[in-house]
Design a protein around this ligand. Structure first.
Ligand SMILES: Cc1ncc(COP(=O)(O)OP(=O)(O)O)c(N)n1
Ligand SMILES: Cc1ncsc1CCOP(=O)(O)O
Ligand SMILES: [Mg+2]
Length: 313
């Protein structure tokens, strides 16, 4: 196949999926526009791979994600003996996601973690757990080790008798020491937690959630077989400086189709009015910060968000 034919395939793919992935305007505060990205250097020469690398870059996927997707388009084409531009890859085996040893997986957590409050202090954790939020996270940012240990212990105590599952962000050793239900880490944390420490967490039975921001990170997260995978940021958020652009609903839906073997959590800029659209992707949990913490009446906000979760179950 010559380069004009590969270009034609790329154009067909862009034409087919551009409306979904190109520019998505959902809501004033939730507009997600994806900027075309430079095409990364090709690592192989097959037409399906080359066309997909070009098309996925044009559709706004950053280099590592365009590469991961192009490899998946190539595997899908080999498997089905055709380049079906209509079928966006969503088979785990096409992303190298099959064949992991279940004995090496982190402890299971509920498939639907439901409304997930990501909260700055133990006091907030207790408050939202008592308001009926089923999954809560202590996201306490401090370098003061003693203060962190105190806050974690207070959060563990605060959820006792509430039935809420408590994850601790970042401070995995403190979480183990305090007997927390689970730990949440980001990709940067995965860079620094060594194999031996991951084994310590895994064998402790503590649940382990991992943040991801696209295809390449999902593949990486799968390598450790976490208890759940968080997908974000779905919409723009002012709470955290993100290295990557908001993903939008079309990508979220595609991620959910691919990663459905895991409990999944959507996070980032999700306001109450976006719950139905986010839940329509099939994601089992919606994580929020400002929708609870900045609400004039946080208990009432929790009640409304819980009702939204129920209504879309
Ligand atoms: C449920 C959930 N998803 C993602 C994050 C973000 O975690 P991380 O990437 O570690 O960033 P910080 O929260 O530490 O700034 C989260 N906390 N919770
Ligand atoms: C911690 C975090 N990680 C990805 S987005 C985000 C912040 C989400 O906050 P909000 O729900 O207020 O946008
Ligand atoms: Mg973190």
């Amino acid at each position: 196949m010559d380069s004009a034919e590969i270009q034609a395939l790329a154009q067909a793919l862009i034409h087919q999926h551009g409306a979904a992935f190109g520019a998505q305007l959902h809501h004033d505060a939730n507009s997600v526009e994806l900027t075309p990205q430079p095409v990364p250097p090709a690592l192989r020469g097959e037409p399906a791979y080359l066309a997909a690398l070009e098309a996925c870059s044009a559709l706004g996927f950053i280099a590592v994600d365009a590469e991961t997707l192009a490899q998946a388009w190539q595997r899908q084409s080999e498997r089905s003996n055709q380049f079906d531009v209509t079928h966006w890859p969503d088979e785990p085996r096409d992303f190298g996601l099959s064949g992991a040893d279940p004995a090496q997986a982190f402890a299971h957590c509920p498939r639907n973690l439901g409304l997930y409050g990501v909260l700055p202090t133990a006091e907030w954790v207790g408050r939202m757990a008592r308001a009926g939020v089923p999954t809560v996270q202590l996201r306490f940012k401090s370098d003061d080790k003693a203060a962190v240990a105190r806050e974690i212990k207070a959060a563990v105590d605060a959820v006792k008798d509430t039935g809420a599952h408590l994850f601790i962000n970042d401070h995995w050793q403190g979480a183990l020491d305090a007997g927390a239900y689970g730990i949440h880490v980001g990709q940067e944390d995965l860079d620094v937690i060594g194999h031996r420490d991951l084994e310590t967490i895994r064998t402790s039975g503590t649940r382990f959630g991992v943040s991801t921001h696209g295809y390449a990170e999902m593949v990486r997260a799968h390598a450790v077989q976490p208890s759940y995978i968080a997908l974000g940021a779905v919409f723009p958020t002012t709470l955290k400086k993100m290295a990557t652009a908001p993903q939008g609903l079309a990508r979220l839906a595609a991620y959910v189709r691919l990663m459905k073997q895991y409990p999944l959590v959507a996070i980032g800029g999700i306001s109450e009015d976006m719950f139905p659209a986010v839940r329509a992707t099939g994601v089992g949990s919606v994580a929020v910060v400002r929708a609870l913490v900045n609400a004039p009446d946080p208990e009432a906000a929790a009640k409304h968000l819980l009702e939204r979760m129920q209504a879309t179950a």
